[in-house]
Write a protein that binds this ligand. Structure first.
Ligand code: UDP
Length: 255
């Protein structure tokens, strides 16, 4: 790993300088963290699964016209991505009440929301990523009103598409988090989905049993975290090479 310059190390990933200008290599670690890094652990094999799941979901988003930073997967733990300027906002889309929204508004976990809700959080670990209003984003210049509009529009489209994609394999998309970046291609700037889309930043419940298949298994010490991530990959038909039993050729529909 000494072969490339390390640009940034986050909780679950490392970014290295890419082979061509304007590219980066995203390396997926097995490290897991929750509650703003207060809980830490290792989920063996998570990096391999998230690399693969995120590749799959980013490619599917691209097919429906939602631009992403993803270029191609390089190996089991690495993918090549476009270098972007990350907008310091986390966009959360919610379909069913779970996590922080249940406490904020006294909702029951699992309660369907009256409609999909888009929320913005300011990316700042020292502040525990506070929920912010559009007004804060515009006033402090974190994103322009046009960018914010675009982020909301793309997030809702991604929600519709991903909800259907997961539904087809017997999984309910409860909520998820997206990050966006500004990608300059020659003189043009585009907003693209960046970071990753995986069970680390989505809530995924089995349709039939409501079994949790995401990072909440780690947050709440439910055990079998890797197995749950593996089951998500298996249902999507994308188990990594040598990734376990029942390597399937395509998505497995659930009746
Ligand atoms: N999320 C994330 N990173 C964060 C905060 C939230 O990926 O820093 C995801 C989380 O996995 C869930 C959704 O965003 O799918 C909504 O999270 P919530 O606000 O309920 O916070 P949590 O309960 O996860 O702390």
């Amino acid at each position: 790993m000494a072969r490339r310059r390390r640009i940034y190390e986050g909780k679950a990933k490392v970014l290295f300088e890419g082979p061509e200008p304007g590219t980066l290599v995203q390396y997926f670690k097995d490290d897991a963290s929750a509650f703003n890094n207060k809980k830490k652990g290792v989920i063996t094999g998570k990096g391999v699964l998230n690399n693969r799941i995120s590749e799959y979901l980013m490619l599917r988003l691209k097919e429906v016209g939602i631009p992403t930073h993803f270029v191609r997967r390089l190996n089991m733990r690495e993918q090549l991505v476009h270098e972007v300027e990350i907008i310091p906002i986390e966009v959360v889309v919610r379909n069913i009440a779970a996590g922080s929204i249940t406490q904020r508004f006294r909702l029951k976990e699992g309660e369907p929301l009256p409609r999909s809700i888009v929320e913005f959080y300011f990316k700042a670990d020292d502040l525990d990523d506070p929920l912010v209003a559009e007004e804060h984003i515009a006033a402090f210049g974190w994103a322009s009103p046009q960018e914010l509009d675009e982020m909301m529009h793309l997030s809702l489209r991604a929600n519709d598409f991903l909800s259907g994609l997961f539904l087809a394999v017997g999984i309910r998309l409860i909520d998820f988090k997206l990050e966006f970046g500004r990608w300059w291609n020659q003189d043009e700037m585009r907003l693209v989905v960046a970071d990753e889309i995986s069970p680390d930043n989505c809530r995924l419940w089995d349709i039939a049993t409501n079994e949790i298949m995401d990072k909440d298994r780690f947050r709440r010490d439910l055990g079998s975290v890797e197995e749950a991530y593996q089951e998500v990959a298996r249902r999507l038909g994308i188990l990594p090479e040598g990734g376990g039993p029942g390597d399937l050729p395509g998505p497995s529909a659930v009746q």
